[in-house]
Design a protein around this ligand. Sequence first.
Ligand SMILES: [Zn+2]
Length: 309
Amino acid sequence: MIRSHWIPCIHHREATERFQSPLGIHLGDPTDSSTYSGFKPFQEATLLGSTVEPVKTPTISGSVGRGGTNFKADVMLIQSLLNRVFSNRKLVVDGIAGSKTNSAIVQFQKRFLRSPDARIDPGGTTIRKLETKIAESVNTSVPVIEDAPLSNTLMKQAWPADTDAAITTFFGERDSNRSYLQLPYPMRLAWDLGTTVTRIQCNTKVVDSLGRILSAILEFYGSLEGVQEARMDRFAGCFAVRKMRGGTSWSRHSWGIAIDIDSEQNGLTTAWPSKATMPEDVIKIFEAEGWKSGARAWGRDAMHFQATH
Ligand SMILES: [Zn+2]
């Protein structure tokens, strides 16, 4: 227990419980460490000193973000909440809803909205998701992955054309040049989420590029938790010597130069973007390394990315 001196009277106790309740924190106790860590962003946001009166409930009085009312206190609250969600992307808590704040709102909304609007309305979906997220983060520790390269290290690679001959010249024969890629975040088998994957086999020549791509995906979503919400930890195969499904030519997986992610919602014949859910931001990250996306190339098989033109 810490900071129990915050609650010298019944008013403070009631105020503390009003704060604890929406965060899902156990009520009634004096201010414990969960309450304190849950309270901290609101304290920062409202520039309160060491006293807790008046306690703000975790809500905003007007809309925040693009086209919003943007009361300074509301913006500061949202900025500090977003800073709790994104462990490696910190906003200055200045109460100004500028482009960085708006893009952080969009980044958060991408986890659950197909068309993020960069705005948080009182009582709306985004503020509820934020509150839920903060409440969870009070009680659970999110694994921290260190030393992940940043996305500004992405480099457009000169991959070969998408033909058997060009691929073989560049990458070697099918079923050769196998190497392991140590994943920057743990993945799970898409068809068996109980199985964790920490390294995958792929062609030696794509190891570095694919590592940078997955690191950039982790950085984009801000945490393993964010990656999981976006389903980008659902690994569905890389090196697999086989003919193309429903065809006679060799799958690019035969050279270990293709990866499939989240096959469940991005099937071979599922139309993208109308039905398949592969985020365009992920496609852009692959494209920044010169990879070809099934979604972009064929409007289907959105799970699939390959290191060719
Ligand atoms: Zn594939």
